[in-house]
Design a protein around this ligand. Structure first.
Ligand SMILES: Nc1nc(O)c(N)c(N[C@@H]2O[C@H](COP(=O)(O)O)[C@@H](O)[C@H]2O)n1
Length: 146
């Protein structure tokens, strides 16, 4: 029984867990090319800034646009970002039966976004990061089991 699952690249065994995986999601009647597009677009209040992210051709481009500090970040972004991620991840895993099965197939394993590029959503590469995305995936799995 695997008790720790690590992912990062979309080509990893569990690469579908990455927000960069190409699964369009629908939230409040709008379609986003990936969960990364949704997450990055929600950083902004202005519809034109959101649309600029939404129209990005790749999740990496969406991330670059979302990280562009020339755009005006939502005032309360730091306090809402975990819930925005929860919403994106739940949308993705509830809208695709194959993804839901993959997530449920991990049983009770810990899930870790393993990367030195990210010490908040990921583990920072050496385990010192918060691994918030991994934790939200586990939370989502438990909600989908219920
Ligand atoms: N592929 C990739 N490259 C990076 O540089 C990353 N930091 C991540 N992590 C993902 O980035 C998203 C959040 O980005 P913000 O730094 O909050 O803008 C989130 O999807 C992480 O899983 N991935």
């Amino acid at each position: 029984m695997i008790d720790v699952i690590k992912f990062y690249s979309v080509n990893d065994d569990f690469g579908a867990f990455s927000n960069f995986a190409r699964y369009p999601i629908k939230i409040k009647g709008k379609t986003y090319s990936t969960s990364e597009h949704y997450f990055q677009a929600m950083k902004f209040e202005s519809a034109s800034d959101q649309n600029d992210v939404i129209k990005a051709k790749t999740p990496m481009e969406a991330a670059r646009k979302g990280r562009d500090r020339k755009k005006k970040l939502r005032r309360n972004w730091e306090s809402i970002k975990d819930n925005v991620m929860r919403e994106a991840v739940m949308a993705k895993f509830s809208q695709y039966a194959d993804l839901k099965s993959l997530l449920l197939s991990t049983g009770n394993a810990q899930i870790i976004e393993h990367t030195e590029n990210d010490a908040y959503w990921g583990d920072g590469g050496d385990g010192s990061g918060k691994n918030m995305l991994g934790k939200i995936l586990v939370e989502t799995r438990e909600r989908l089991k219920a």
